[in-house]
Design a protein around this ligand. Structure first.
Ligand code: ARG
Ligand code: ZN
Ligand code: CA
Length: 243
């Protein structure tokens, strides 16, 4: 109504071990990271190279922790087939997913940090799963994925963003102001990372939608902001969040 998108967040914690039952403080630290990363108030935003500074975005979306739901389990890992979202299979069903962002924090396994559902999918599985080892700051968060950027990346997908390399060799992410990237980048690439995609240019490896370590990613672009913002207006795929 006032033009601001504020996303209520329901955090669903599935735990077998005491460590997996992460603290309220660790959960709040993740919400705090999201609020910084989506308003360009993260301290490392200033590391954006000058050539990309003109397109680096304040996405202007904020997040509010609404509820934490905890459930114990005997499962050692949940995989990526949405079982954690299914109460009949020991998981937790999403809470009103058309007006809440549901996060599931659990052990996923298979080296997967997290995964998201794009807009337009089934309500019963809508939201983002993140392994508790890569969620928030401190506690169980594991270096080099201990700065909360798995959630920033996955929520980017939940808000309709594609990987910066378009999941193909020099593919398209359908965003004009993110330079074409050959493939995913890992670690913390030295700047400039010259692309093999032609014409010659530098890749935006510091974008949240690449695959670098958490400390290597610190910006969204204006074009990405447009894709995300479009979801929340009347007629958009996530208009239930209201603005
Ligand atoms: N879906 C990706 C994976 O599981 C997430 C990558 C997030 N990257 C990060 N630096 N936190 O591999
Ligand atoms: Zn991804
Ligand atoms: Ca692009």
């Amino acid at each position: 109504v006032n033009g601001k998108v504020v996303i209520p967040v329901v955090v669903n914690v599935l735990y077998r071990t005491a460590a997996e039952n992460i603290s309220d403080a660790q959960i709040q630290s993740q919400i705090d990271v999201l609020n910084k990363d989506f308003t360009a108030t993260n301290p490392d935003f200033a590391n954006t190279p000058a050539e990309f500074a003109g397109v680096a975005a304040n996405v202007d979306i904020t997040f509010e922790l609404k509820q934490i739901i905890r459930k114990s389990t005997t499962k050692t890992s949940w995989g990526t087939t949405d079982t954690m979202k299914n109460a009949k299979r020991g998981g937790i069903a999403p809470t009103s997913p058309s007006s809440n962002l549901n996060l599931w924090v659990c052990t996923i396994g298979g080296g997967i940090l997290g995964y998201a559902q794009f807009p337009g999918g089934a309500a019963a599985t809508d939201g983002v799963a993140i392994d508790s080892k890569y969620f928030g700051l401190s506690g169980t968060a594991n270096y080099p994925y201990n700065l909360g950027r798995t959630a920033s990346h996955e929520i980017g997908h939940w808000m309709n963003l594609r990987h910066i390399w378009g999941d193909a060799n020099c593919g398209s992410d359908m965003v004009a102001d993110t330079p074409t990237a050959q493939t995913s980048n890992y670690g913390v690439p030295a700047y400039p990372h010259v692309s093999t995609c032609l014409p010659a240019h530098n890749e935006m490896t510091m974008n949240y939608m690449d695959y670098t370590d958490d400390r290597g990613m610190f910006m969204f672009s204006n074009g990405q902001k447009s894709r995300m913002s479009a979801l929340f207006v009347s007629g958009g795929a996530r208009s239930g969040f209201g603005i």
